[in-house]
Ligand binder design. Sequence first.
Ligand SMILES: [Zn+2]
Length: 164
Amino acid sequence: MSAAVTAARAGLVRCGSCEKLSRARPLAPGARARCPRCGAVLWRRKPGSLERSWAFLLAAIICYVPANLYPVMEVGGPGGSEADTILSGVQAMFAVGWYPVGLLIFFASITVPILKILSLMGLLVSVQRRSNFSREPAGCTAPAPHPVGSSGSAPQATGRASPL
Ligand SMILES: [Zn+2]
C-alpha cells in the first residue's frame, strides 16, 4: 500500500477563502503568499485550528449537559401533556410501544453525540501528540514538514501554523 498523495506532498496549497488550489512557490523570509484569485493570505495550516477545535469540543461537552437535563419535547395525550427530556422521552416512547422511534431518538440524541465527542477528542489528542496511528502503513515514516516552496531542508516542526 502506497502513501496517500496529499495536496501538501503535491506542492499545492488551498486558499481558505475561495478554495483555489495554487502551486507553492519559494518565498523570501517573512514574505507571505497570496491567492492569485482573491488575494487572501495562503497558509499551509489554518492558524489556531487546534485551539479552535478544542474550544468547539469544550462547547459541545458543555452544551451536551443541559441538552440532556432540560425538557426538549412535549408529549400530549387525552390526559394532558407532559414535558420530557430526551431520555424521559425515550422512556415514554418505549412505554407506548414505539420502540423503533425510541431507539432512533436514543441513538441520534444520546449515543451519537457522545461518540462524536469521544472521536473528536481522540483525534485532537492524536494530532497534538503527533501520533502516527493509522496515518501511514507500518514501516513507513512520514516526511518531515517543510515550508511551502522550500526544496529540501526541513526546519523543525513547531506545531504552529505559518504563512507561506
Ligand atoms: Zn482565494
